[in-house]
Every structure is written in C-alpha cells, then in structure tokens.
Design a protein around this ligand. Structure first.
Ligand SMILES: Cc1cc2nc3c(=O)[nH]c(=O)nc-3n(C[C@H](O)[C@H](O)[C@H](O)COP(=O)(O)OP(=O)(O)OC[C@H]3O[C@@H](n4cnc5c(N)ncnc54)[C@H](O)[C@@H]3O)c2cc1C
Length: 388
C-alpha cells in the first residue's frame, strides 16, 4: 500500500457509540485530527435499556462539557425483586435517567463532530488493518493514523483483527428487550435479580414506552427467550411484541485492551458492570481514557506506547469490574442467595450504598468492606444446617 496517497489523521476511531463519540470528542478537543467512522448513519438505534445512572451523568458532563438535556426523564426510586421475592422499594436515590439510545447516541455523535472530528458515518464496506492503524474503504479511500481506537461494540472487528475473536462465548451475556406501551408516570423502575440464571430482568418506564428486558450469561441460559416470555407475561405486557436480542459483555474486562497503537474501548474491551449490565458509563469513560492515552503517546512521539499509557489509566475501571465480579458471586451463587436477600432487605445502608454506587458517589471497594464483614454469615447460612 502506498501510504503517501492515504488521508492522514492522528487518530482513527471506529464506532461512534458512547465509547467512540467520547474518544473522538476528547481527542479532537485536545487538538488532534480525528476520523470518526461508523457503519451506521446517525441517528441510529442500539438495543439497550437506556438506564443512565448518576455515574454515567457525571462522566457525560466531564467529557461533553454539559448535562443531559433537561427534558430527559429520570427516576429517584427503584423497586427491587430477587429470585421472585419483592425485596423492597428504595427511594431518594441519585437520579437514574431513562434515555432512548436513538436520541442519546445522536447527541454524543453530534458533540464529537462539533468538537472537530471528521464524519465518516454510513461507511459499511471497510477493511481494517489494526496493526498498521489503517482503514481502506470499498471506494478505494485509505485512512492512516498514528493511533486507532476500536469502539465498535461487542462484535468488534478491531478486536477480531487484533486477537482473532471479539468475545468469549463462555462469559458473554445476551439480552432480550421489548418496547411495551407506556404505563404512566407512577410505573416503577423495577429490577429483578435472578430473573435469568446469573442475570436479571428490568422494566424501565420511559416517556412514550416501557423498556422490558432480561439479560444473563448466555452459556448458562439456553432458554433465555422462554425466560423473557415468562417475564413479559409476569409484568402484564402485551405478549405479541417481537423481542429483539443483542450480546453484551458480562464477565471480566479484557486483560489486553489493545496492542501497541491500537486500543479497544467500551464493549469492545468488555467494560460492562457484571452485576448491573451497565455499560454506557464505562464506554464513555474508557473512550475518553483511550483518547487521553493517544494524546500523550502522540505528544511523546511514541504512538506504540499508547496501550501501556491506556492500561494505566484504566485501572479504576478494571479494578471495579474485578470487585463487581465478587459482588456478583454473592448475589447469584445459589448457596449465598438467602444471605444476600436477607442482607439487602434488612440493611438500609447496604441498599443505599448500592444505589450511591450506581450514582457514582461510591466505588465498589466501599461496599466490598461491608459485604466482607457479612461473609461469615453468608458462609454459615450457605454451609451449616439451621439449628434445630
Ligand atoms: C439488552 C441490553 C440492555 C442494556 N441496557 C443497558 C442499560 O440500561 N444501561 C447501560 O448503561 N448499559 C446497558 N447495556 C449495555 C450498553 O448498551 C453497552 O455497554 C454500550 O452500548 C456500549 O457502548 P459502545 O460505544 O462500546 O458500543 P455500541 O453502543 O455498541 O456502539 C458501537 C458502534 O460501533 C458501530 N460499529 C460496529 N461495528 C462496526 C464496524 N465494523 N465498522 C464501523 N462501525 C461499526 C456500531 O454501528 C455502533 O454505532 C445494555 C445492553 C444490552 C444488550
């Protein structure tokens, strides 16, 4: 390939969801030339509950320099169920915004373009050379960059080009969703832990609809469609709405978030909270961190060092996901179940701490201490017969 005829950029970002638009915004604002590529034309939809926590709202403000539009509805209460039992409503929680991804992602995409990223959306035919940070379009155009950021979701072509596969079939999650009719302003925001095996169900009241879904580890839920049908029926939603399904990362974060000057962000790097399935917040944050690593690597004239600089920045995310995996064990592992339900129902502080965690006011290590103090009780309940 004749690189002289290629269009040169500092950074190529592939995928313009929350991770890619955040990456493109931060890189362009730092003065780098950025190509933002997506196979879709925006506005485009993405299957997702659209639950946007206080943590996500903080990252959004930090990255895009403004708040979500004032008309995005939010809830300050949530109704929890676990393994079929109602374990209570929590009120006065940090707001959880009920977004529609069609609108949300378009906003972020527009921020990226306004920051100076060049728009290459709607390009379906592209060949990615991840080791050379080069992309060739079907019409013959070639883009070449110092750093490439793969933010192209769970089926990431960039991850496939780097590592041969985009996700791990043993740990990947899958979610089904429907948009059911709206149920009025008082309809609860509801989470059902254990609705699927190592997974949960949700009902999110939106302005014009209710997003109902079920998600869990795919390998443990061969009948996820049947579980979804039961959940839809249980919530009294119309049974004849067609389900849509999509993979999501639902286990460990990637050990290698890229190679040399090619970085992976968001779902492509498996940055989803394994307890809640929340991925928008980490997608935006990791995208921003990838861009910061790119800026530093380019300034140092060492683009190949980008992955090392990125990995250092990612520590708070990878550490939080590792701790969340421990919390997930306490919630979903059969023998601990009763202890978890009891602790969650009885301890107002644990419940509120959990919501403050979603709100971005606490980190997993804050609630880990409290759970560890309860571990002997969980173990006793799990392994000792109750006293006669
Ligand atoms: C059913 C379900 C419910 C969910 N609910 C929630 C929730 O309520 N709250 C929450 O925080 N998270 C939720 N998530 C997770 C969340 O949707 C993801 O974590 C988040 O979208 C990740 O953002 P991203 O930018 O990494 O990837 P994406 O949002 O998937 O964006 C990837 C972009 O890359 C583009 N692309 C893909 N391949 C290519 C290619 N080869 N070339 C060019 N472009 C490409 C796509 O068109 C897309 O625009 C849910 C996920 C599922 C499946």
């Amino acid at each position: 390939m004749d690189t002289a005829s290629a269009i040169a950029f500092d950074v190529i970002v592939i995928g313009a969801g929350p991770a890619g638009s955040a990456a493109a915004t931060v890189a362009a604002r730092s003065g780098l030339s950025v190509a933002l590529i997506d196979k879709a034309i925006f506005p485009r939809d993405k299957l997702c509950g659209g639950g946007f926590t206080g943590r996500a709202a903080n990252y959004y403000r930090e990255i895009f320099g403004q708040d979500l539009p004032a008309d995005v509805p939010f809830r300050s209460d949530v109704e929890f169920h676990a393994f079929g039992e109602n374990i209570g409503v929590i009120e006065d929680i940090p707001p959880v915004y009920m977004t529609m991804r069609l609108e949300l992602d378009n906003l972020m995409f527009e921020h990226a373009i306004a920051a100076g990223a060049e728009d290459f959306s709607g390009v379906r035919d592209l060949t990615i050379d991840a080791d050379a940070q080069r992309v060739t379009f079907g019409d013959g155009r070639v883009l070449q960059a110092a750093v490439m950021i793969g933010a192209d979701g769970i089926k990431s072509a960039v991850a496939r080009a780097l590592f041969g596969r985009s996700f791990d079939a043993d740990t990947v999650g899958f979610g089904f969703e429907i948009e059911a009719p709206a149920r009025g302003e008082d309809a609860p925001l509801r989470i059902d832990f254990g609705q699927a095996i190592w997974g949960y169900g949700w009902s999110f009241p939106k302005r014009n609809s209710t997003t109902i879904g079920v998600g869990g580890v795919l390998s443990k839920n061969p009948n996820l469609r049947g579980i979804m049908s039961d959940y839809v029926e249980q919530l009294g939603a119309p049974p004849n709405v067609r389900f849509k399904g999509h993979h999501l990362p639902f286990g460990k974060a990637r050990k290698q978030p890229g190679r040399a000057a090619t970085l992976l962000a968001g779902d492509a790097a498996w940055f989803v909270d394994p307890v809640t399935g929340e991925g928008i917040a980490y997608a935006m944050k990791s995208g921003a961190m990838a861009a910061e690593a790119a800026v530093e690597a380019i300034q140092r004239h060492e683009p190949h060092m980008a992955v090392m600089l990125y990995r250092n920045r990612l520590r708070p995310i990878t550490w939080a996901i590792a701790q969340a995996n421990f919390v997930r064990l306490i919630i979903y592992w059969g023998p601990f179940r009763k202890g978890f339900i009891r602790a969650f129902r009885q301890s107002g502080t644990l419940r509120h701490d959990y919501m403050r965690l979603l709100g971005g006011e606490l980190e997993y290590h804050h609630i880990m201490g409290k759970l560890l103090r309860r571990l002997p009780n969980f173990l006793r309940r799990a392994f000792l017969k109750p006293r006669a």
